[in-house]
Ligand binder design. Sequence first.
Ligand SMILES: Nc1ncnc2c1ncn2[C@@H]1O[C@H](COP(=O)(O)OP(=O)(O)OP(=O)(O)O)[C@@H](O)[C@H]1O
Ligand SMILES: [Mg+2]
Length: 257
Amino acid sequence: MKPVLEVKDVQKRFGGLWALKNISFMVGDAEVVGLIGPNGAGKTTCFNVVSGQLPPSSGEISFDGQSIVGLRPNRIVRLGLSRTFQATSVFPAASVLENVIRGAITRMNVSFLGSLLPTPGSAEAMERARERCMQLLHQVGIAHVHDHLAGALPYGYQRRLGVAIALASEPKVIMMDEPAAGLNPEESAAMGRLIRQIHESGQASVLIVEHDMRLVMGICDRIIVLDHGEQIAAGKPDEIKSNPQVIEAYLGAEAVH
Ligand SMILES: Nc1ncnc2c1ncn2[C@@H]1O[C@H](COP(=O)(O)OP(=O)(O)OP(=O)(O)O)[C@@H](O)[C@H]1O
Ligand SMILES: [Mg+2]
């Protein structure tokens, strides 16, 4: 399998705390990969470093064979690596469809943006973008509320909108931080089906952080486990489920709460 995203020996230090210690993994061009671990393990930090929100303290990150360390988040999105956030990240005062169109615009190059200026043909370009974004809303199952204010959507729909916004930039890899957080079991299962469908249709590979073990074990091809900033295991769901170090990390976390 061809690696698309490669993370090598990445470390991240916050003052005296090593949030990531020598993390190395890759995401291939046709995979759903899980990144799991107890609270505070470093999962979101890993996403922030890979997506360019935070600089790594050391290490190398490459995408499509090109180093992306030091690139700004928007540039990384344009290369084909997009993400959803742990908290919902919609523009609440804009319509659902406008939110997706903004996601699409992040990816567009200057000449395309130029073509949106009021010149002959621009209305047509805008109409094409709008149609594409409506298709994405159909895909995530919220096309019927495309003209509602994003901020007024029920929580489960906001999470789906987050996925549509990330898809709008036409990523090769989409990183999702807890897409099922706060969802009921039925909504969580539907999110799982959506993620598999994104992958199986060849639209994008997925790197997912998620606490819902049923979801993670059900949809991931491979799983990477972090604990206190260290990578303690990597393997197929069945291997991870029976890995003593993983079980101990989770039991330890339970005992603390
Ligand atoms: N910007 C920051 N400054 C200082 N410390 C931070 C910062 N971001 C995260 N940390 C610390 O780094 C560690 C890892 O946090 P992180 O948010 O990556 O964990 P997580 O695995 O995403 O946890 P959760 O499952 O609760 O979302 C924690 O100890 C956290 O307090
Ligand atoms: Mg987190």
